[in-house]
Design a protein around this ligand. Sequence first.
Ligand SMILES: NC(=O)c1ccc[n+]([C@@H]2O[C@H](COP(=O)([O-])OP(=O)(O)OC[C@H]3O[C@@H](n4cnc5c(N)ncnc54)[C@H](OP(=O)(O)O)[C@@H]3O)[C@@H](O)[C@H]2O)c1
Length: 316
Amino acid sequence: MLKRRLGRTDLDVSVLCFGGNVFGWTTDAAQSAAVLDAFVEAGGNFVDSADAYSRWVPGNSGGESEVILGQWMKDRGNRADVIVATKLGSPMGEGKQGLSRKYMVQAAEDSLKRLQTDYIDLYQAHRDDQETPLEEIMAAFDDLIKQGKVRWIGASNFSAARLAQANEVAKQCGWHRYESIQPPYHLLQRSDYEAELEPLCQRDEIGVITYSSLASGFLTGKYHRGGELPKSGRAGGVQQRYMNEKGWAVLAAVEGVAKRLGATPAQVALAWIASRPGMTGPIASATTPAQLEELVGGIDLNLDDAAIGTLDRSSR
Ligand SMILES: NC(=O)c1ccc[n+]([C@@H]2O[C@H](COP(=O)([O-])OP(=O)(O)OC[C@H]3O[C@@H](n4cnc5c(N)ncnc54)[C@H](OP(=O)(O)O)[C@@H]3O)[C@@H](O)[C@H]2O)c1
């Protein structure tokens, strides 16, 4: 699978990053292992998780995704071949959230233990924390890097202004900066990212890995106007957010391009993200090896100018 350098790191990541919020939610340990096996077999090496995955599932307490990923790496003996991205800062229980130094130290230890590893390749702030001074946050990340527990750091769900500010603090103090941003971005949600983050990331060579790249499955084309909803834990949310006139219009354009190019809608949706300037690549999750194989095909798909024009016009 095509690889790209993430920001100014030394990480050559597969353009498709596998999204690990399915582990312990819509895929159990065995199914997660099957999908991960298919991913590495297809040449993927980049997996995204978070401490908070999948805390929203009744009976879960958070950490399930990291536990499944850690056990899979241990069983396969492939830790050195996998680029592990995880996150901290989202609520994990009473007093366990945010980016205070004290909590960051604890959260990193907890993630390392669940992942059964002694380093995290890309440690990401899951969301901004405006209560904690940026100096405290960036110093704590830098210490984790100096201790060898973390190799590189990234951010998720940050505004461009806050990302730039945090990196400026790091620069002034000689600390490591955020090398990547993980924003929500897909054909149905473009403007926030394109207005400010995209130019900043291009200017400062910050890697970009997008989430909800398939609009949680809507852009695969399996949702139909007036039809029965697919059996998926995501279907209710998809219906609420994307099953509207704009959603159907964009999906029609995606399906049209897919038909002309002999590809599938999911492949077109991912290829479009991968074609954006300065883009590292899309994160996407899959619940079966078959779904995963389809997604991998999107990374090899070249969209011609006509295809990009059609997709842009329908989604702006
Ligand atoms: N940083 C953040 O705040 C944040 C937030 C959300 C997500 N993320 C990251 O991004 C990853 C992916 O995001 P996401 O789960 O929102 O959604 P997504 O990648 O947009 O959609 C993935 C879902 O679409 C369905 N799907 C995938 N391939 C398919 C195919 N070939 N055919 C039919 N259906 C297919 C599967 O769900 P079903 O089978 O259930 O339909 C799959 O789980 C997460 O795992 C996580 O790593 C990060």
